[in-house]
Write a protein that binds this ligand. Sequence first.
Ligand code: HEM
Ligand SMILES: *[C@@H]1O[C@H](CO)[C@@H](O)[C@H](O)[C@H]1NC(C)=O
Length: 264
Amino acid sequence: MLSYALVACLSVLVAVLFLPPDWSVDLGKESQKLRLLSRSDLSLYNGEKGSRGLYLAILGQVFDVHKGHKHYGPGGAYQSMAGKDASLAFITGDFTEKGLIDDVSSLSPLQVVALYDWLAFYHRQYQHVGLLVGRYYNETGQPTKALLEVEALLAEGQRLKAQAEIEKVHFPACNSEWSAGRGGRVWCSTKSGGVIRDWTGLPRKLFSPVSGYVQCVCIKDPSTAEEDPSLQEYDGCRSDADSCMVGEDQVSGAVTKNRPMPSD
Ligand code: HEM
Ligand SMILES: *[C@@H]1O[C@H](CO)[C@@H](O)[C@H](O)[C@H]1NC(C)=O
């Protein structure tokens, strides 16, 4: 619960700092210089006194993170991720022993997209020095079946995200406000939802399967909306009104969702 709140608090920062990721990994030329490490080799790079250095792995790709020793070194907030592949914890935020693992088969496609955002972050910020032999790369440094499965989830997640992007332009979000005296209000404008357009639209409740909750969207053509069961009118609001008074719970549903870290 705490970690959810904390991730939410960071999302604003991240929205400002976020750069479009680039997760193409040039294995062709780069693989020459990449070392193959076993799990026990990698554990010698945990940054502790007498260790060989400070590395971490994500999806089997090993990065030299000594430049970030204040995060990953002794006393750092992310010390527990050093010297191992703790891919799952990047998404769950579970830094206990059972969370610090490389098996990400429990993640959803959209969570896998977020994990590849982290991978892209490490490619931008740190040096890729090796491959961890085990779950994702075999003894010759070739991708394993497990990696191909994660890549399939990535492709599915990217498809879902592209779909959500189209939906956002088709159904821009409403503006919303809440005041203690008057209660909540949702309304449409030609800029609401960050989609600049030549129509205002009418507010409707939309259940989004991607985010998993109800949000307010502006629809251009109310007659097509009548045929779509995921679009509902607001109770006590005329179907041609461009502004609706609503309960508090419905206003909070109109807020845009967070983006997880990474930041840089
Ligand atoms: C899923 C949960 C989280 C994960 C996996 C995570 C992971 C990380 C990692 C790996 C870094 C280091 C990035 C680098 O190498 O530069 C980092 C930095 C940071 N994290 Fe988190 N984090 C999580 C949640 C949070 C939360 C909840 C907060 C607090 C609201 C937070 C605050 C920060 C800050 C402020 C930095 C940057 C510190 C600096 O650059 O000096 N993180 N995080
Ligand atoms: C590694 O993977 C490649 C490609 O899948 C395969 O041809 C090779 O036999 C594997 N090597 C080992 C040692 O498992």
